[in-house]
Design a protein around this ligand. Sequence first.
Ligand SMILES: Cc1cc2nc3c(=O)[nH]c(=O)nc-3n(C[C@H](O)[C@H](O)[C@H](O)COP(=O)(O)OP(=O)(O)OC[C@H]3O[C@@H](n4cnc5c(N)ncnc54)[C@H](O)[C@@H]3O)c2cc1C
Ligand code: SF4
Ligand code: SF4
Length: 374
Amino acid sequence: MAPEKPQWRELHTEVVTTGLCTGCAGCVVACPYDVLGYDESAGTYRPFHVDEHGGPDDCTYGQRGCTLCTRACPRFRTWEGEIDQFLFGRPRTEDEVYGIAEQVLFARAVDPELHAAGQDGGLVSAMLVHALEADLVDAALVSVTEDGGAGKAVPTVARTRAEVLAAAGSRYTYSANPLAYGAAIAEGAERLALVGMSCQASVPAVMAARRAGKVARRFTLTIGLLCSKTFHEDVFTELLDQRYGIAQGDIVRVNIKGAMQVSTRDGGYHEVPLKEARAWTRDGCKLCPDFAAEHADVSTGGIGAFPDWTLVIVRTARGRELLAGMVEAGAVEVRPIEDDPGALVLLERLSRVSRRRWPDSADPGPRRIPLQSS
Ligand SMILES: Cc1cc2nc3c(=O)[nH]c(=O)nc-3n(C[C@H](O)[C@H](O)[C@H](O)COP(=O)(O)OP(=O)(O)OC[C@H]3O[C@@H](n4cnc5c(N)ncnc54)[C@H](O)[C@@H]3O)c2cc1C
Ligand code: SF4
Ligand code: SF4
């Protein structure tokens, strides 16, 4: 029997219509025939197949042997085990709840402008500036807001320090940063850094593991953001404005640390309990098992006792070398995780919570890690 060649038809049935699809856009970017679109109307964030060439649930190129969309999907079948094996050369053990890591530590940007602009320690922005200035990458796929304020997050390309600074900070609506790939390539970039939430941070790795060709080879550095959910953009109007009287245009910063912490232009500060925001959780996040950006070169988060430091999980040689180069260049300060052991406990707990979402009906891999701590 000829080997199976899974294509859009299988991706649609097994990932898109089952709720496993995160909206990461890996498939859209990998499609060599441009027959996949991306719907982000009304909080949808899902790929779709154009009517020509097969209709919504089949693909004429797939019928002829193209499998690239399934090879770029970090939720298709045995994705997690395949990527672990490819990136780290072994399956993870049951203790590796937040994925395979070389080291966990805290770091922050030394440059005061990058530090101030960052959500936590400004480490992600410092890494991008360093990688661009040291000619390690040509461009970075990041996110800004549509209105330049606190509105809907959208993907964009950063090639300069000023563009990195303009994209710094966290927005809690979804931005499929891989979608900025086309713009970066059109401008001549060949070596790309991707900044993305956990779901997106598995895109370059799954593409490389499943040999998705030129697109895979262009992703040179992957920086992941720890993530438990994103919100539908209606959270601004329906929750923050209508219930709390906080106009979207007045918001200068949102942070999520136990509560939704909202800072406004007039110097005001409001805390909204997270359980109130739960109803605006984006559908694509509801079955996501990955809190810790488990397949990034470096994963970054804001947990821990030090508000202006970034928690860093160094996973690959590429991540280790980048951070070591920055320490040597005096671009970052680091401190050991032992300064706040509670951060590791929380990292493990939040990772376990996310893993419980993965449904029994899908590949059993992500549920193999014990879902309760012993
Ligand atoms: C939606 C979301 C949820 C998160 N949830 C958690 C969490 O539960 N626990 C935790 O510890 N950390 C979480 N983080 C990570 C944390 O907020 C910081 O991004 C991380 O600590 C890096 O901080 P920094 O100061 O080093 O980064 P910065 O220097 O501020 O750089 C942040 C980078 O993230 C990009 N970015 C911002 N918003 C988005 C977005 N919506 N989509 C894609 N890219 C974006 C920016 O373009 C920028 O390049 C989350 C981040 C996001 C975006
Ligand atoms: S999870 Fe990502 S790659 Fe997979 S179908 Fe959804 S958007 Fe495409
Ligand atoms: S929880 Fe975060 S990582 Fe998971 S699908 Fe949602 S945005 Fe992606």
